[in-house]
Ligand binder design. Structure first.
Ligand code: 5GP
Length: 221
């Protein structure tokens, strides 16, 4: 039997807010709930109505966040729209070594810092189908004030301009299509020759001899 020993893939997903990245990630986790793990970031931003502490984020005060920076707790961190966000180092290597894919849902600066530490990470940018669509989606979320929506739109516009820094871009005009494109990217990545640590040829010496002598096996198409 020919098997390949694999490390998990580190998948960095970014998108402007309102591009539907949350839905895509939950579909990816539904499709493979054992082989994938979504890292939970730490943030100093305030809790929104749809947040679940410990699941969407670990919420801390700004002082607590700064103390964690000093402790070298983060793989990467950034200050985004006045709040701190960071990816804890814990678990990432452990999961990857176990063959589990790790998903980081982070913004552009974090994505480029992760690529410096893990050049083999794959970065995917989820793009809204149009700016009009983005505005619609931002307005549909009634958690933010008009001022916040305008700020998020401006930020989204900036981020879209930097899309070429990513390995892949997926336009989310249809959720099923977008999810299957991301699945295809992950599948292709797992077949890249550079990623394959070792090919395990699970065969014994005497079996090789038997195979070489077996006319029927050799003549088989
Ligand atoms: P939100 O406040 O809407 O949940 O997140 C704002 C932005 O911060 C999003 O673009 C999100 O992807 C990003 N973000 C969340 N966690 C992290 C993190 O740990 N590191 C970085 N660099 N960005 C993060």
């Amino acid at each position: 039997m020919i098997k390949q020993k694999e490390k998990g893939v580190l998948i960095v997903i970014s998108a402007p807010s309102g591009a539907g990245k949350g839905t895509i990630i939950s579909e990816l986790l539904k499709n493979d709930n054992k082989g994938r793990w979504l890292s939970v970031s730490t943030t100093s931003r305030s809790i929104r109505t749809n947040d679940i502490p410990g699941i969407t984020y670990n919420f801390v005060t700004e002082e607590e966040f700064k103390a964690k920076i000093k402790e070298n707790y983060f793989l990467e961190y950034t200050n985004y729209s006045g709040n701190y966000y960071g990816t804890p180092k814990e678990y990432i290597n452990e999961k990857l070594n176990k063959g589990i894919d790790v998903i980081l849902e982070i913004e552009i600066e974090g994505a480029s810092n992760v690529k410096k530490i893990f050049p083999e990470a794959i970065s995917i940018f989820i793009m809204p189908p149009s700016l009009k669509d983005l505005v619609k989606r931002l307005k549909r979320r009634d958690t933010d004030s008009d001022e916040k929506i305008i700020e998020r739109f401006k930020k989204a516009y900036q981020e879209i301009n930097e899309v070429t820094k990513y390995n892949y871009v997926v336009v989310n005009d249809n959720i099923d299509d977008a999810v299957s494109k991301v699945e295809a990217i992950i599948k292709a990545e797992k077949c890249r020759a550079q990623r394959i640590e070792e090919i395990i040829l699970d065969i014994k010496e005497e079996e090789i001899h038997k195979l070489l002598m077996d006319e029927e096996f050799i003549n088989e198409d």
